[in-house]
Design a protein around this ligand. Structure first.
Ligand code: FAD
Ligand code: 2HG
Ligand code: ZN
Length: 475
């Protein structure tokens, strides 16, 4: 068990970090002690905001010597309450908010070196500024940080083409639980010096090290993009459509996101200035983005032709390709507002699951029907990254019920049922959001002895006192 910080430790931290880097003020700490979905509220002995890696090292050394726990936090957009400390208030909350320097961007190497607290949209802008782009995006891009994205191995809407964060991290600088700095920033394409610590830290959820900076892969900027909104009647058609489009356009297809009619309705109901892209109602909608490099043929023509063929062949009912950048943005705004609209609507039992892409239609239609039959009245909202086999299979409360009380009462049973459905298809109970604290019990139940033993052995070797993000990920 970690210790509570003594007044001596707090005084030493305050002296080292100064007033900008240390606070115990309840109002200043409050927004960072609750998770984004509002499900968990924690407490902390102090909020530490180091300015640089030296200060992170100093914090880890002082806390380590005192046996006090540290919870790393970036943008606090975790979907699994991964950055929310326990309610006992014994931990130090370490925010990377002041570590926002982009140390370099190179069009020669196609690499950006960014500190952990750099916000994703700031990195996008910096890459664009040199004619490159960082090809990972998600709705929380205005808050999520590089350190958080690495530590959750985030996915998002371009995984189909560019992979998850793991595929984009070329090097890492981190402070390990013993207070030592791991200086692995050099962005070597080849490096076989044994176990890959960089990859170990990707998806470690702050339990093995505090990421302080990373070297990140950039790709050439897209010269043009085409964004389409497609109406379909069966989830199966979406898979047929994806494969048709890939046959026709190959890697130009970057995003392929599925949205059910109820998801669109939720956004239109709760998010201002949104309207349905197509006139007729459809059971499912797909948002597609295709891009082209400079000198390549227009992705708009290719996408329009491919969609026209898909409609002829019966894989789609209707489609519209955005006629302007602002229309493309409006389509994306609908997709990116789904979580917010769902949050406004009430609590849901959220599941971020993955199965083989070919199993997705089954999960979205038959799997959802099974859950709705087993728990009468509930409403499954399945949306997300169809091309990656990753669906956000969120189960909403029966109409008219207090969703918070319903979730407290039924949430665990529903989650176990959903996860077992997915496991029966060899799927995963966490595709891109991680385990955090909300999925810890389900992870312990389903992970299997071999996986758990290996993870616990790694944790024990690097963090024998259990001081880095206790209460998350591991049982
Ligand atoms: P936090 O929430 O602050 O922390 C997340 C985890 O990382 C915690 O365990 C924390 O302890 C750890 N951590 C943070 N910084 C560090 C560090 N420097 N060193 C070590 N550990 C650290 N996720 C997806 O994958 N795909 C999506 O499409 C997606 N869409 C989202 C949409 C919305 C509206 C929201 C609110 C969230 C979405 N997420 C998505 C989830 C979330 O944005 C990601 O998990 C993101 O990576 C979290 O980044 P963050 O900076 O907010 O991290
Ligand atoms: C997305 O794809 C995010 O929009 C959030 O991963 C999913 O809110 C969710 O369940
Ligand atoms: Zn997602």
């Amino acid at each position: 068990m970690p210790n509570r910080p003594t007044s001596d430790l707090l005084a030493a931290l305050e002296a080292r970090l100064g007033p900008r880097g240390f606070t115990r003020d309840a109002d200043a700490m409050a927004p960072w002690l609750k998770d984004w979905r509002g499900r968990v509220e924690g407490a902390a002995a102090a909020l530490l905001s180091p300015a640089d890696t030296d200060e992170v090292e100093a914090i880890v050394r002082l806390a380590g010597a005192a046996g006090v726990a540290i919870v790393p936090q970036g943008g606090n957009t975790s979907m699994v309450a991964g950055a929310t400390p326990d309610a006992d208030g014994a931990s130090l909350l370490l925010s990377t908010r002041r570590m926002r320097t982009i140390r370099s961007v190179s069009s020669q190497d196609n690499v950006a070196v960014a500190e952990a607290g750099v916000i994703l949209s700031d990195l996008h802008e910096a890459a664009n500024g040199i004619g490159r782009r960082f090809p990972l995006s998600l709705a929380a891009k205005g808050s999520a940080t590089i350190g958080g994205l690495i530590s959750t191995n985030a996915g998002g809407t371009q995984v189909l083409r560019f992979g998850t964060m793991r595929a984009l991290v070329l090097g890492i600088e981190a402070v390990l639980p013993n207070g030592a700095r791991f200086d692995g920033l050099s962005a070597l394409r080849k490096d076989n010096r044994g176990y890959d610590l960089r990859q170990l830290l990707c998806g470690a959820e702050g339990t093995l090290g505090i990421v302080t900076a990373a070297s990140l892969r950039l790709v050439p900027a897209a010269a043009a993009r085409a964004v389409a909104w497609v109406g379909i009647e069966r989830a199966d058609d979406a898979l047929g459509l994806l494969r048709r489009l890939e046959d026709a356009m190959g890697e130009a297809i970057e995003s392929f996101e599925i949205i059910p009619a109820e998801g669109l309705a939720l956004v239109l109901r709760h998010i201002a200035h949104t309207r349905a892209p197509l006139t007729d109602p459809h059971r499912w909608h797909v948002l597609i983005e295709a891009t082209a490099r400079a000198g390549a043929p227009s992705p708009t023509d290719a996408l329009e032709q491919a969609l026209a063929r898909a409609i002829e062949e019966g894989h789609a009912a209707d489609a519209i390709v955005a006629a302007s950048e602002s229309q493309a943005e409006a389509f994306w705004r609908i997709r990116e507002s789904l979580s917010e609209a769902e949050r406004i609507d009430g609590f849901a039992a959220k599941h971020d699951v993955s199965v083989s892409v070919s199993v997705m239609p089954w999960l979205l239609e038959d799997g959802a029907a099974e859950v709705e039959a087993r728990f009468p009245g509930v409403r499954v909202l399945g949306f997300g990254h169809l091309g990656d086999g990753n669906v956000h299979f969120n189960v909403r409360a029966p109409i008219g019920m207090d969703s918070k009380a319903w979730l407290a009462d039924q949430g665990d049973d529903i989650s176990a049922y959903v996860h077992d459905l997915v496991r029966a298809k060899d799927g995963s109970i966490s595709a891109e959001h991680g385990i955090g604290q909300l999925k810890r019990a389900e992870f312990a139940r389903t992970a299997g002895a071999t996986r758990l033993h290996a993870l616990q052995a790694i944790k024990q070797a690097l963090d024998p006192q259990g001081l880095f993000n206790p209460g998350k990920l591991l049982p």
